[in-house]
Design a protein around this ligand. Sequence first.
Ligand SMILES: [Zn+2]
Length: 460
Amino acid sequence: MHISFHGAAREVTGSCYRLTCNGRQVLIDCGLFQGSHDLHEENSADFGFDATQIDYVVLTHAHLDHCGRLPLLIKRGFQGEIISTSATQELSAIVLRDSAHLQTEEARRSYVRPRGHRAHREALYAIEDAEQTIAAFGRSLHYGQTLDICAGIQVTAYDTGHILGSASLSFDLTEDDKKRRLVVSGDLGTGDRAMLNGPTIPPPGADAVIMETTYGDRLHRSFPATLDELYTAISQTHARGGNVVIPTFALERAQEILYYIREGIETKRLPHSLTVFLDSPMAILATEAFKNHPEAVSAAFTDLLKQGHDPLHFSGLHLTRDGSESRAINAITGGAVILAGSGMCTGGRVMHHIQHNLASDASSIIFVGYAAMGTPARRIIDGAASIHLFGEDIAVRARIYTINGFSAHADRDALLAWHHGVAAKRTFLTHGDAQVIQSFANGLPEASAEIPTLGDRFEL
Ligand SMILES: [Zn+2]
């Protein structure tokens, strides 16, 4: 009975752990390595195991850094079953199709130059691989219910409140007369958001826990203060007669912003005449997913639906699917809030909204997510006087806001409370920058936490 680490080891992305028990191999997540620089080499490297020997994959959630290498696993011969909550299954399909398109695009654009030669880089995977992955999803996990994966391996999922359908996984393992319980945290949410429930802590006393530490060294500011900042920025821009552009990730953050804009309008904290554009086909699909999964959203969210109110829709909201509808927004010079991707302004529809609003001193750009070094979003946030876009230099005259409190990750104190609740005999810390993991480990009551490196294998 073993666990080995094939990603998110002393880094924040690429989650992938392999469990061996009773002659079977179960992969827990199979995520993409992501970052500000090109990680094609890391992503295309050998997994550190034989994909054809994996019997099952169990997913914690649909973020790309947890599911984004699945089509590669399929391409390399995985023929088993993928198991997740039904919400994760629906979101993974959206995320993996989009990822396959991006991979194909990037391969078309990028060239590697070995010894002076120019050669096409092979795409990590193609849309056919993503479709095969989607077809490999089998049984669903239900929060609080135990599923027999196969002889000797059972799993129970617990809501983590991180994104729609996200789960902690508690494995009950039997091999000969040896019994072990292994808990995998997945990504843990903050517990203070209106659309989702807070994390449910698995029952105490596990033999081992593998735990994320993304924000293991810091505390978040209060969410009401974050919401105040958002409402103030939108209201002030509206009063000046400008537009608000919110570069946003299609999954979760876009829906969360929509939810709170609707609430802001209903509670008169935002102007009633606000025109809002959700300008992203992928975000529109993800928004529908929230309404398909009452089991994965908060009681407040389902109550609104039962009363006939759509929590993610209101009269001033326009969903723009076509490129022509998106370009038509360029003619609007004031009074609009535009949500579009990508969140770091590295491409996508948000680029032409930035182009049309960045030089307007009436408009605002509001950043609500992480912006990696080297991205246009980071340059704007850091105070660049101008940005080079579509062949021209555009002066930054718009008001720039960065609102950091929308993080979907638990902070240090919430992580410590969860760890205390699980009360495991042994702790493996993953999914954090090396110095963050160390800082979190130093704050644990026992000094026994293990910090695996890539490829490490432990007997359970
Ligand atoms: Zn996540």
